[in-house]
Design a protein around this ligand. Sequence first.
Ligand SMILES: Nc1ncnc2c1ncn2[C@@H]1O[C@H](COP(=O)(O)OP(=O)(O)OP(=O)(O)O)[C@@H](O)[C@H]1O
Length: 235
Amino acid sequence: MSETRTAITINGIVKEFSAGSQMIRVLHGIDAEIRSGELTYLVGESGSGKTTMISIIAGILYPTDGSVSVFGQDIYGLSDNDLVRFRLSNIGFIFQQYNLIPTLTAAENASVPLVAAGMKRDEAVEHGRAMLEKLNIADQADKLPRQLSGGQQQRVAIARALVHEPRLVVCDEPTAALDAKSGRRVMDLLREVALAPERTVIIVTHDNRIFDLADRILVMEDGRITHDGKEMPDH
Ligand SMILES: Nc1ncnc2c1ncn2[C@@H]1O[C@H](COP(=O)(O)OP(=O)(O)OP(=O)(O)O)[C@@H](O)[C@H]1O
């Protein structure tokens, strides 16, 4: 086990959404610390608040109350522009939907974060290609998303999330569309990234085929964390 240290501190996070004239409270004052160098899972039933929680951790959804510190930076204390810059250089996302750009090839899609950060296009695409190779789909590099299967598109999305070597990688159901073998391969790669001492990986998943790979499992129920341990709770 590599060295771990606190990477993210979550304090009193409350999230409410408006539904007509009512406010619905989806997160009820969550406190947690997430460490780098280990793979943290966030699991729980549909509607328990997992996607809302990781969106707040990743700086893409403002909380109603509370604070999130990522690598010592109070992210919701930043101006909008600074928060975008912080996300671009520190955070990689893997969403349930792949959100690939339909007119770009797989290698070009994988290189988007590097181009956004100012790297020359050709160089960025070469890095994108190398990441696709690690995910075993180098042979698909010049295809458009619509020419790829769902599982292949997911691997392109994963390559895009990892290509700029972000310190925080946030994944929402990364293996849902993959067969068992591809799912393992993706998880092995994420685990390799997570176990670098300075990296942090948080995965939202229902996939019990991969529970054994977690270093830490946080269980959410109705907008609260109800379990925090190495294993899933006994039923
Ligand atoms: N933009 C929104 N407006 C209103 N309610 C929302 C919004 N986003 C989420 N919710 C509600 O918040 C609750 C938690 O949703 P969330 O997507 O975080 O759950 P989840 O645990 O990720 O579920 P799943 O596993 O199905 O993705 C749900 O009741 C959902 O309907």
